[in-house]
Design a protein around this ligand. Structure first.
Ligand code: DC
Length: 282
């Protein structure tokens, strides 16, 4: 892949297209990222006929939000993205999807090479469907299954495998290159988008986080007890912050925002204000 922009080179959203097969890409049931208008904005690694034009792609504006489990990242990130008209990506979905696929027998949890191959082979679609963000893996909507407690637990173990992180981080960066985005996770400000102009680290007390998660589980018909949720959270916090590769920690320059008792709207407005001060113009 050695594309150069020439007057003859067809382009698509800042990507050079060796053969203009954009429609083909749009019709394929995997490897796409659908933005708010339902347009294709993600070129998967296997599409070697797409490459960034040298020097033509300024880094799109990005808001990196990190924080421990149930600190409010998804709700606040999603609302911030809506306010600003950005795309939204919860990177935890990718680790959960890998865990879900592994638990279905596609790789053993202790088999690093198998897990890496599994992560490489997963085809993600992130779609906005009736105002709701849904995750498609290999064409199937698995959003609800990714919320399962067992999947969540396995995802923390899988997230500690460096090879899996390498694969998923590359995909996350590719998505961020396609336009302004709010991306949430554990290592977004420290690793994935280390140059993001806005970095936020969300915190919340264990009690508030556990109460949030407990409500979500009960709403989904999962009879887990509050005490189990607390112990799950503490175990996951420990795994996420003590692993060797990309442990959870605030990025340098991140603003720290406590979410206890503050509304999602208020938090999103605050982050949008930070983005405006960092140079974002709607
Ligand atoms: O945010 P979550 O609970 O959906 O994340 C699932 C797991 O993946 C959790 O253990 C943290 C991990 N993760 C990560 O290590 N890096 C990310 N960028 C996102 C999630």
């Amino acid at each position: 892949m050695n594309l150069r922009a020439t007057p003859q080179t067809p382009t698509f959203r800042g990507w050079a297209v060796q053969q203009p097969r954009v429609r083909d890409l749009a019709c394929r049931p995997y490897g796409r990222f659908l933005d708010y208008n339902g347009a294709v904005a993600y070129a998967p690694p296997e599409r070697s006929d797409l490459a960034p034009l040298p020097g033509s792609m300024p880094e799109p504006f990005a808001i990196a939000i990190d924080g421990p489990a149930a600190s409010g990242k998804t709700s606040v990130g999603r609302r911030t993205a809506e306010l600003l008209g950005f795309r939204f990506l919860d990177t935890g979905w990718m680790y959960r999807a890998a865990a879900w696929a592994a638990l279905r027998g596609r790789a053993a949890l202790g088999d690093e090479d198998g897990l890496i191959a599994l992560a490489e082979g997963l085809a993600f679609d992130f779609v906005l469907c009736g105002g709701e963000h849904r995750v498609l893996v290999d064409g199937a909507d698995v959003t609800d299954r990714l919320k399962d407690r067992v999947v969540a637990g396995a995802s923390s173990a899988i997230a500690a495998v460096s090879g899996v992180r390498r694969v998923l981080v590359a995909r996350q960066r590719a998505i961020a290159r396609q336009g302004p985005i709010v991306m949430v996770g554990r290592d977004i400000g420290t690793v994935v988008l280390a140059d993001a102009p806005v970095k936020v680290y969300l915190t919340a007390s264990v009690e508030v986080r556990a109460a949030r998660r407990h409500r979500e589980f009960r709403a989904a018909g999962n009879p887990v007890s509050y005490c189990q949720v607390v112990s799950d959270l503490m175990r996951r916090d420990k795994m996420d912050s003590e692993r060797d590769d990309s442990p959870l920690r605030p990025a340098g320059g991140a603003i720290h925002v406590g979410t206890d008792g503050v509304s999602v709207d208020e938090l999103a407005q605050k982050i949008a204000g930070v983005a405006a001060r960092a140079g974002w113009k709607s």
